[in-house]
Design a binder for this molecule. Structure first.
Ligand SMILES: [Zn+2]
Length: 345
């Protein structure tokens, strides 16, 4: 998804200021955000995933330079929010075992970055940070509670109730991608190594696996021709062919919506949120495309079929609004919430 933010200039901004950092396996996004959630300056840099020590040093330099480009002095910045791929040890500030980042296992990210930046740090799971971004500034800005599911290589989750992030006693709360939707021992294998989790059915990785299996079925498909011409089987290719009317690809996409709905109903029956938002790169074109709209309608229908009647009718199910900016905006928002706890108005 594209960038949602138009930066504002210093004279239009409202102090205090916060830095949001969204660390990813490939790229890291850094932004300076004011008290109203307006971005003054932001940038995306390659993470340098093989060398965490060097990467943290570079991120710190980029943070300080982004502050400088926003025409701010360091004392005007009240804190840094840092979102990182889970699982995390939130109390110790560690990345535990992020998938795709083997060099970062048990890495003390929060304290290392704090040493370089000399600013207070607020540390959160990246999907939780994105959920907070949507709650503060995005598709959830008018609700009291929400669940964000991020669909990409995996399925991430973030839960906000009355402005509070639900990250759990061990810091492993809101792992919505690992809700069990099939209890059988031979259920699909999840990226985490367990069977039957939502992510094993509804992630980008799962869609490709399910499609490979379905290629042997009797259903006609245009995929074979595309792959014969060298196209790689990706969620994007499957979405393109579904959009063009390929029955097999369309069925794969709509089944994904139904699997997702099973997980969503469990979350609704646990939390009863105002809104469930769908974010992440795998949005099938989102609300701007017929396929994206059909995907969303299928999720809603399946939720209504399976949920208690009142939440089934009344819970908002929508696409998230901030795209890939949700992570750094939410991280900055969490730093702001932490600041406000210590400096009540
Ligand atoms: Zn799992």
């Amino acid at each position: 998804m594209s960038t949602a933010c138009q930066p504002v200039i210093r004279s239009q901004a409202h102090p205090p200021f916060f830095v949001g950092v969204d660390l990813g396996a490939t790229n890291t996004k850094i932004g300076i955000v004011d008290d109203l959630g307006q971005t003054l300056s932001y940038r995306t840099i390659p993470t340098g995933a093989d060398d965490p020590t060097g990467a943290v040093k570079q991120i710190a330099e980029e943070v300080l330079d982004t502050i400088h480009v926003a025409e701010l002095q360091l004392p005007e910045v009240a804190g840094v929010g840092l979102g990182a791929p889970g699982p995390l040890d939130l109390r110790q500030g560690l990345l535990l075992a992020p998938v795709n980042m083997p060099a970062w296992h048990n890495f003390p990210l929060r304290d290392r970055l704090a040493q370089h930046c000399r600013l207070p740090m607020t540390f959160a799971n990246d999907a939780c940070a994105a959920a907070y971004g949507e709650y503060w500034l995005g598709a959830g800005r008018n609700v009291h509670s929400l669940v964000l599911l991020t669909l990409g290589t995996g399925v991430g989750g973030g839960i906000i109730v009355e402005g509070k992030l639900i990250d759990g006693f061990h810091g492993h709360g809101a792992e919505c991608g690992h809700i069990i939707i099939d209890y059988r021992d031979d259920a699909r294998m999840c990226g985490c190594g367990q069977h039957g989790h939502l992510e094993a059915y509804a992630s980008g990785t799962a869609i490709v696996k399910r499609t490979i299996e379905a290629l042997d079925s009797v259903m006609k498909t245009s995929l074979n021709a595309r792959m014969d011409h060298g196209a790689q089987l990706t969620p994007k290719l499957i979405a393109e062919e579904a959009e063009a009317g390929d029955p097999l690809c369309l069925e794969i996409v709509l089944d994904t919506a139904r699997f997702l709905a099973v997980g969503i109903v469990s979350l609704m029956h646990t939390i009863d949120p105002d809104a469930v938002l769908l974010g992440g790169a795998m949005d099938f074109g989102g609300r701007d495309s017929p396929l994206g709209r059909r995907f969303l309608v299928t999720v809603r229908q399946e939720v209504r079929r399976r949920a208690f009647p009142i939440p089934g009718e009344q819970t908002t199910i929508e696409y998230a609004a901030l795209g890939s900016d949700a992570g750094y905006l939410g991280a900055a928002g969490l730093a702001r919430a932490e600041y406000q706890r210590h400096h009540p108005r």
